[in-house]
Ligand binder design. Sequence first.
Ligand code: PMP
Length: 371
Amino acid sequence: MTGGGRSFPAEETVARIVRAEILALSAYAVAKPDTDGKPWTKIDAMENPYPLPDAVRARVSAALARVAINRYPDGSAAGVERALRSALGIPEAAGLLLGNGSDELIQIIVSALARPGAVVLAPEPSFVMYRMDALYASVRFVGVPLRPDFSLDRGAMLAAIARESPAAIFLAYPNNPTANLFAEGDVEAILAAARGLVVIDEAYYAFADASFLGRVPEFPNLLVLRTLSKVGMAGIRLGYAVAAPAWIAELNKVRQPYNVNALTQAAVEALLSDSAWIAEQAASIRAERARLESALAQLPDVRVYPTQTNFVLVRVNDADRIFDGLKARRILIKNLHGWHPLLANCLRITVGTPAENDSLLSALSALESAK
Ligand code: PMP
């Protein structure tokens, strides 16, 4: 039948066919503050607040104009690989896999390891996609609570590793949403104890004082995950995994043939042909972060946690009140209250431009005095 007439009662079939754990989910809600057309201060998603420098923008635009959009992209994205290797210090001997954001790489890793009975393990609270991708792949997820100061509970992690023998352990380094870098010795102990893959997710590497990237050749079970998203290029969706070639060869089989589209490939080559701007923007963000941290710490009833990322985690007396009050002033941050018991009354604030940070600070002071 075409058009009109009978409607399709899909709900009954959907409920019978789709897996119960998927039916129970709600789709990932991305906050969209711009629907009414008025400007918002959007400091909720760890984006770099700065636009591309003019010269870089011109380079990208010329490169995009040349892309043969009628053709499939280069499936191996060889030009992007070359650009990443020369711009971002990837060890020569290590293998490299590109993804449509590091989100896709997490999904590829979990699905490649999803044997019956496989376990994925991560400390919690951490990046929620480790748990979600395990669920999508029907892999059991084991979360090990962090300590109240958000450090790794080394004993609990090692006990869980011995008990569960996880196929993969995910460590966000620095961690989202707690903003801290785990102790290097704890991570090394996990690398030594793990019989499966240890994924060190360095999404925030540009704002941190430590990295495991250079140590990939040292550990046969280490995969370092990175992304261009936090360093000014979230819109193009490019993540990369660095590990022993034997790991990369298998993960590459799970990848969709054209997962990095032609526009992204052309853009990355143009964006990285001079990468000084990335370091300069990251340095500005780190400087603003320091200013924001100390200004936040001056506010009464705000506890600021140490950060090695482009966001600041704070604990307040009433996170819902502050979140709603900022929203009423057109400032969007992330309310973590209710996510995990360790995050009670916590808020996550992305470092914005100096002007954005100023409006956040003055709104917070206003909310404080309106109490
Ligand atoms: N890992 C961590 C720890 C993150 O916080 C994020 C983004 N929030 C990602 C990975 C995914 O980043 P993307 O898909 O943009 O590369």
